[in-house]
Design a binder for this molecule. Structure first.
Ligand code: C5P
Length: 236
């Protein structure tokens, strides 16, 4: 069953808490990204996790292998259940992250899920600096590396899911750039509706602005959940 993740991209902690509280019981995951984590750090994770959410810490690590490995341990200690890192960090970085996550068991911590970022969903063909391949092709190449390094899945556009799943059947695909037909695309370029993303095989859908900027966020989230459930029904 495809799971919905709320991207908690808001400027103030009060707003983040209010909106998370209003979506309790409807959405299982909150994504805390650069905006919120930079301002409010681990305390925010503790608070949101305390409400019962699973935490996706989206800091997209990209550094030398040792630094990323240590960052994975720190993220696990503060309660992250799912962590992102850039596949472009390369094999040694990804493998060090995997080893670090697995090593957390020695501290009695559950290993977080590790997802490799492929090509950002905001990139249209021809926009990636220094990369001539189309984003979809580049994403496939990076997904192959992430799978070989033992990651749990990749962050990709829903357009790329069928091919990634064909090549790596048990690999999970987490898709931002999700836009219901009633929502604006904003800065996203490789977008898909929740229903189409479910049909494509996405495991997690990340939705931010279509819910956050709606007049009634809980109603908007419920619409997305209904669309997911209807599309799941069609798959059976
Ligand atoms: O508001 P919107 O639904 O576009 O939010 C998408 C979220 O997913 C943002 O928090 C963004 O940082 C994140 N993201 C993305 N594309 C990726 C990886 C993460 O849009 N490849």
């Amino acid at each position: 069953m495809t799971q919905l993740i709320l991207a908690l991209d808001v400027p103030e902690k009060r707003k983040a808490i209010d909106i998370s509280r209003s979506l309790l019981g409807l959405v299982p995951w909150c994504k805390i990204g650069m905006e919120m984590f930079t301002a409010y750090g681990p305390d925010l994770i503790t608070e949101i996790k305390g409400m019962g959410y699973r935490i996706f810490l989206d800091l997209k690590f990209y550094d030398i292998p040792h630094t990323v490995g240590r960052a994975v341990v720190s993220a696990t200690r503060i309660g992250a259940d799912l962590i992102t890192l850039h596949c472009q960090g390369g094999e040694r970085m990804l493998k060090e992250a995997r080893a670090a996550a697995d090593g957390c068991a020695a501290e009695g911590l559950a290993a977080p899920l590790l997802f490799g970022v492929t090509a950002l969903t905001s990139f249209a063909p021809g926009e990636m600096p220094g990369i001539t391949a189309p984003p979809s092709e580049f994403a496939q190449e990076l997904a192959d590396i992430a799978a070989a390094c033992g990651l749990d899945g990749v962050v990709c556009s829903a357009h790329e899911v069928p091919e990634i799943k064909r090549r790596h059947a048990r690999f999970a695909c987490l898709c931002p750039g999700i836009r219901p037909a009633w929502a604006a695309a904003n800065d996203q370029r490789r977008i898909m509706t929740p229903a189409a993303a479910v049909a494509a095989g996405a495991d997690y859908l990340v939705v931010g602005r279509p819910i956050l900027q709606a007049d009634a966020p809980r109603k908007a989230a419920a619409l997305v959940m209904d669309e997911i459930a209807a599309a799941e029904g069609k798959k059976l």
